[in-house]
Design a protein around this ligand. Structure first.
Ligand code: PLP
Ligand code: COI
Length: 346
């Protein structure tokens, strides 16, 4: 086996990167049906150079995490939601849908097979799970592939944004759009991320933690924040954008439920950029980002700065939401929503 025997990290310092683990898991879709589940210890994929994923971006991915709990158990967080979103992406770019039971079964298998890479409890680190569905059939004309590979690999990770639960500064990009109003922004396809690379690099080069996109049509409303959704807190209300060009975040969906459960009002509606002046607090949320409270959002081209914390520290509502959300994921408290799923046998 092609193992990573040198793996012995300092869990308090681990970042968000790729580490080779022992196994990945694969399943091919050929002749209109899914085949047997295969376990592989090879990090490489063998495919035709004419595969549709390479030329026409016929690929979907997902992002989940496995959490080692205080009680030693390993939990997944709403994996059936990721399965449903990948099915929606598949419909969006004409790929076969991975059934939810296959998706969840393969997720549990790959986590179990790589159990030694699941970070111990107490460091905020997790095992990131990356499902990938790609068109592998050789097709030079622009049309859907005749064959697909669904695979999942895992890699241990720490915080996505530097500093973890600490405030970050973000930059509005007016030069680039990530996705069009009726385009693929609602799907998790690689093309959206290719479209974001320049804006993301410019933001980092200027010292920001990431980039904010406005709606592509009017350049008026807040869309999302790099690879995370946006929410703002105004008094007793959690406000988050409604847009046809953002990814429906499972974190955001869960935080909306949690906020309501905690007694806040929830509004999902277009958020004009100027409204940023009115929020008491705000955050970027996603599987990788968890909740990253926002200090400032700067509209560089229009020379405007929106300050979203009082003293540069995470605000009380972001902190309350974060603490409860993470406590559920790491099994530190009751899971009143039935969101977590224990992976048996680890
Ligand atoms: N928006 C984009 C563009 C993303 O890539 C992600 C990450 O998956 C999110 C939002 C957050 O979604 P989720 O909370 O489901 O991880
Ligand atoms: C996630 O939050 O899971 C993501 O997919 C972000 C990723 C693009 C790094």
């Amino acid at each position: 086996m092609n193992t990573n025997n040198d793996f012995n990290p300092d869990w308090s310092k681990i970042g968000f990167g790729y580490v080779k683990t022992d196994y990945n898991i694969r399943c091919y879709h050929r002749n209109g049906k899914w085949g047997e589940i295969e376990i592989s210890s090879d990090e490489n994929i063998n495919m035709s150079m004419a595969a549709t994923c390479l030329h026409y971006g016929q690929e979907a991915f997902e992002g989940m995490k496995a959490y080692r709990g205080k009680d030693g158990k390993v939990r997944l967080f709403r994996p059936e939601e990721n399965a449903a979103r990948m099915q929606s992406t598949s419909r969006g770019i004409l790929m076969p849908e991975v059934p939810t039971d296959l998706f969840v079964k393969m997720t549990e298998m790959v986590v179990k097979l790589n159990a030694r890479f699941i970070p111990p409890y107490g460091y905020g680190a997790t095992l990131y799970i990356r499902p990938l569905l790609i068109g592998v059939g050789p097709t030079v004309g622009v049309k859907p592939s005749p064959e697909y590979l669904f695979m999942i690999f895992v890699t241990p990770v720490g915080p996505y944004f530097k500093g973890g639960f600490a405030t970050g500064d973000f930059m509005i990009t007016r030069k680039y759009d990530r996705s069009a109003p009726l385009g693929t922004g609602i799907y998790k396809v690689g093309g959206n991320y290719a479209a974001s690379l320049r804006a993301n690099k410019e933001a980092h080069d200027l010292g920001y933690n990431g980039e904010f996109y406005l709606d592509a049509k009017e350049k008026k409303y807040i869309d999302e924040c790099g690879a995370a959704n946006f929410f703002g807190i105004k008094g007793n209300t959690y406000v988050t954008p409604k847009s046809t060009s953002i990814l429906p975040s499972i974190t955001n969906k869960s935080l909306m439920q949690l906020a309501e459960w905690m007694g806040y009002k929830v509004e999902r509606r277009p958020i004009p950029e100027e409204e940023l002046l009115e929020f008491d607090e705000a955050g970027a949320c996603g599987t990788a980002a968890v909740i990253t409270p926002i200090h400032e959002i700067v509209d560089v081209e229009n020379n405007k700065t929106y300050v979203l914390t009082k003293d540069g520290k995470p605000g009380p509502v972001c902190t309350k939401l974060y603490e409860k959300y993470v406590a559920i994921q790491f099994g530190e408290c009751e899971d009143p929503f039935g969101w977590t799923r224990v992976v048996e046998g680890i």
